[in-house]
Ligand binder design. Structure first.
Ligand code: OX2
Length: 899
């Protein structure tokens, strides 16, 4: 559904002035756009769509210029590069970003005038490049922007999925998934490189150490130029497409075997076809491992080939290349780099291992156990037999190296266990002695005394025998082996005994020189809960790199009105590149006239969102109420369900109020957005519940503008760019300890939106930067989670409001009572659900925090004052800062800037 504007002027008309308007020495952009329109698109009329494409192709030419110069420069200087290996890059639209980053907005605006159009006018015709699910993929995209902006030599490497993230629609109240045909109109933002191809093998057999693949495909490169902001640097995102070695088997075709004739092509097509639509969960499908290996192998082959154009000794590779593995998805790189060095380049194992472990670094993005990828050995063996052999070798060498440590740790554990048993036995013995003395004392006859003595003796003997037996049992436990097992990359599946798995996170930790988490709390949790045994051995490997977002896309371009105000106040636009300057806004929070202008901007953005809501959902919302937003992937741990239930409670109370009471209610528009993974049963019900609440509440005349609920379908980067600037309150309410970082929280904060949230992920650091008094923090702390899960009370004993709202859903107040039954039971029926994410526990404090929100919103001056402090306080969350830290503390990559 693409915005098609009115037909504008004919090509003939616009060609004339365009060719003569510009002076010598200046690129004639209007003429260039006209040429693209006429010759590349062969379009007789310049409608919005065609005009967008023509402008995009013209911008493409400017990008290619910058790209070529940058790479010529880097080629000459030969600096160390970082390669960001990621299965996901969630780029969104490119036009506005590219034009602004290159400082060409004035020129293109001028050129477009000749077609009776504006940049903003054609912007909407672009389809998002949605090659990612959520935070992880968008982070990769922000990182590319910052790397180029900081002139850091570095490329992204990924897959050119032919179908990106599915398009979400709501049909009959439920989510439906539609294919994302993002390449249908061509893609002006990429350069196909038919000369850059590598073969990637799968399956087959081992002849000793020699791997003979049973299937092979070609990886072909597509380059996506990445222009930095305010610099000549234009770096690269190289995405791989998969092609068959033989596209058409003509013999088979001629023999009438049509399917066999295109079998290779079909298999290759599958590899680069779709992005797996899961966020923070495991995929566990052979095709997924195939995709991972496909792009990792091509990327490593490519970088090694370029290295060898200039250098002969691969021992120097770590001085020229660092590979950052974005979560476990690319961690087969550990084995593939080993294979390439040993099998293809003839290096001995030890030398290859030294190079590998000096070149690889790993970022962990989640502590959700289901997202830490573990591949069955059987699958790995079948798909990548040589890699499985190497992983076994790596594991053996690794376990041998931790043998001494395991022996002493095991012995310590065993001694500690023994001491513990003996101490317990000694304490019990003392108790028995006391009891025996009392029994003796109480005995009156000699017979009774004798009996008491005999009983005491017997008890003593029994206890000693029991202790002996226990100690003997303990002695049989092989503590050393247990400790050693905790280090093993290959481990038994705890849910399916007998099945062996390759723990990809462990492989990554062993194969990397640096491991990092993505927010302070998360980096601590991975040390204490996920990799404690590795931290014992190499504490220096573990780092924190708190996430960040690019201020270009997420403030300057998505909120030009606020940007203009900030620039005016600071007297410079240097904050776009140096986010620490935003702190200069603090004094303006005290200025009533400035606050008024700040509010006016927010109001304008709310009006734009209200218009969008009307267009997309048909719902009419006023711009006066508080705009309350929760947009992110739908997941039980993110607790959209808790938000929904609180809205139901609010709605119920409004209905029960007298007209007088209703006057005191702070009106709200509650906005949701987010996709549910297609196979995620509960998440889909949560979407349906929000849609059902909206249908009921928005059509209830009794409630009017006091409450509106909106589910905006197909949440993606472009939607976020409209939603985030308009938000006044945003919700980041995951169970403490579950959201590694979150990155939308940073985007909201930078756009002056308040945060209601838990002590989780980057919320904590946002609190530190904004001042916790300005956030609405609620809920239990991460340290309490395990205990609270064990101490589960009956659901009705938490907060009566919780059960009241849930019972209403159960009674069918929002329709589909049967459909919502499992969802409601998961947090409301002790026999059917354990409320794993502690919604019931946190509901009361969440409701209290919401009351605080309403209270503060009534005081618009104070609200605005603090809103300004959000923008002023959070420059820390620029991805420029994050990338600078990666470059210095992990990659050892220096800027390489053209004069
Ligand atoms: C996400 C995490 O869930 C989120 O908390 C974090 O902000 C983001 O990565 C970027 O670091 N898939 N998505 C994530 O992790 C995984 C795995």
């Amino acid at each position: 559904s693409r915005a098609r504007g009115p037909m504008v002027r004919s090509v003939l008309e616009i060609n004339k002035p365009a060719n003569t308007a510009n002076g010598a020495g200046k690129v004639d952009l209007a003429g260039e756009v006209a040429n693209e329109l006429k010759y590349r698109l062969a379009a007789p009329k310049a409608d919005t769509d065609k005009l967008y494409q023509s402008v995009a192709w013209s911008v493409h030419n400017r990008l290619v210029d910058a790209f070529d110069k940058t790479h010529e420069h880097w080629n000459k200087e030969d600096p160390k590069h970082v390669y960001y290996l990621s299965a996901e890059f969630l780029m969104g639209r490119t036009l506005t970003n590219a034009v602004h980053n290159m400082g060409l907005q004035g020129d293109y605006a001028e050129a477009l005038k000749q077609f009776g159009q504006t940049l903003e006018g054609v912007h909407g015709a672009e389809t998002d490049a949605a090659l990612g699910n959520g935070g992880l993929g968008r982070l990769a995209a922000c990182f590319l922007d910052s790397m180029a902006t900081l002139d850091l030599p570095g490329w992204g490497y990924g897959i050119r999925y032919r179908y990106g993230m599915f398009r979400q629609a709501i049909k009959d109240g439920l989510q439906v998934e539609l294919p994302d045909y993002w390449l249908d109109n061509g893609n002006p933002w990429e350069i196909r490189r038919p000369e850059t191809r590598f073969n990637v093998g799968f399956y087959g057999k081992l002849e000793g150490d020699k791997w003979v693949p049973g299937e092979e495909v070609i990886a072909e490169a597509y380059d996506v130029p990445i222009p930095g902001y305010g610099t000549k640097t234009c770096s690269n995102l190289r995405l791989w497409d998969a092609l068959p070695l033989v596209e058409l088997d003509l013999d088979a075709f001629n023999a009438g075997q049509y399917e066999k004739a295109v079998e290779q092509k079909r298999k290759a097509d599958d590899i680069a076809a779709v992005l797996y639509p899961n966020d923070a969960t495991e995929y566990g499908k052979e095709l997924r491992l195939k995709q991972q290996f496909f792009f990792v192998s091509a990327s490593l082959q490519d970088t090694i080939a370029r290295y060898l154009e200039k250098h002969s000794d691969l021992a120097g590779l770590p001085e020229k290349a660092c590979f950052q593995m974005n979560d476990t998805h690319p961690t087969i790189a550990v084995a593939e780099l080993m294979r390439l060095l040993i099998d293809v380049h003839g290096l001995p194992y030890d030398k290859a291992w030294a190079i590998t472990t000096k070149s690889l670094a790993y970022t962990n993005h989640t502590v959700m156990p289901e997202a830490l990828e573990k591949w069955p050995v059987a699958v790995m063996q079948k798909l990548l037999p040589r890699h499985m052999q190497l992983i076994e070798q790596i594991n053996d060498a690794w376990l041998a190296s931790v043998k001494d440590h395991s022996a002493s740790k095991g012995a310590q554990l065993q001694a500690a266990k023994k001491a513990e048993r003996e101490a317990a036995a000694a304490a019990a013995k003392e108790e028995r002695a006391k009891a025996a003395a009392a029994a003796l004392e109480a005995a009156t006859t000699p017979e009774e005394k004798a009996a008491a003595e005999a009983a005491a003796k017997k008890a003593e003997e029994e206890a000693e025998a029991a202790l002996k037996a226990i100690l003997e049992e303990d002695a049989k436990v092989d503590y050393v082996a247990e400790v050693l097992k905790s280090y093993s990359i290959i481990q038994e599946n705890q849910w399916n005994k007998g099945e062996m798995l390759v723990n990809m996170a462990y492989l990554a930790v062993v194969g990397s020189f640096a491991v990092n988490g993505v927010a302070a709390i998360h980096s601590e949790i991975i040390k204490t809960d996920i990799f404690p045994q590795f931290v014992e051995l190499t504490p220096e490997k573990f780092q924190n790199k708190t996430n960040g977002v690019t201020l270009r896309r997420w403030l300057a371009y998505c909120n030009p009105e606020l940007s203009a105000l900030i620039t005016e106040a600071l007297g410079t636009d240097a904050w776009v590149k140096d986010a620490t300057l935003l702190a200069g806004l603090k004094p303006f929070a005290e200025d009533a006239a400035f606050r008024k202008r700040w509010r006016d901007v927010k109001f304008a953005k709310k009006a734009a969102l209200a218009k969008h809501i009307k267009e997309v959902t048909g719902y009419e919302v006023s711009t006066q109420p508080l705009f309350d937003v929760q947009v992110k992937r739908i997941h039980e741990y993110k607790r959209q369900f808790m938000n929904a239930i609180s809205i139901i409670y609010r709605y119920k109370k409004i209905k029960e109020m007298s007209p007088e009471e209703r006057k005191k209610v702070v009106p709200r528009v509650c906005i949701f957005g987010g996709k549910a993974a297609s196979a995620y049963y509960m998440a889909k019900k949560i979407v349906a519940l929000v849609v059902a609440i909206a249908a009921k509440v928005n059509n209830d005349p009794e409630v009017g503008d006091l409450l509106k609920v909106v589910f905006l379908p197909n949440y993606n980067v472009s939607e976020a760019e409209v939603i985030i600037p308009a938000a006044e309150l945003s919700q980041h309410i995951s169970t403490a300890g579950t959201e590694a970082s979150g990155t939308s929280n940073m985007k909201f904060a930078l756009n002056g939106s308040f945060i209601i949230g838990t002590m989780d992920g980057a919320n904590i650091e946002i609190g530190e930067n904004t001042g916790f008094e300005n956030l609405f923090i609620f809920g239990v702390q991460a340290e309490e989670i395990n205990r609270l899960r064990e101490e589960r009370k009956d659901f009705k004993d938490y907060d009566p409001r919780w059960t009241e709202a849930l019972e209403w859903v159960k009674a069918g107040a929002f329709g589909r009572a049967d459909y919502f039954d499992d969802l409601v039971a998961s947090v409301n029926d002790m026999t059917r659900g354990n409320d794993w994410f502690l919604l019931a526990n946190d509901f009361a404090s969440y409701m209290d925090a919401q009351d605080e929100v309403d209270k503060l919103y009534r005081d618009q001056e104070e609200w605005t004052r603090r809103s300004i402090l959000y923008t002023a306080g959070n420059g820390f969350f620029s991805s420029d800062r994050t990338i600078d830290q990666y470059a210095k503390e992990i990659w050892s990559v220096q800027p390489c800037r053209q004069a």
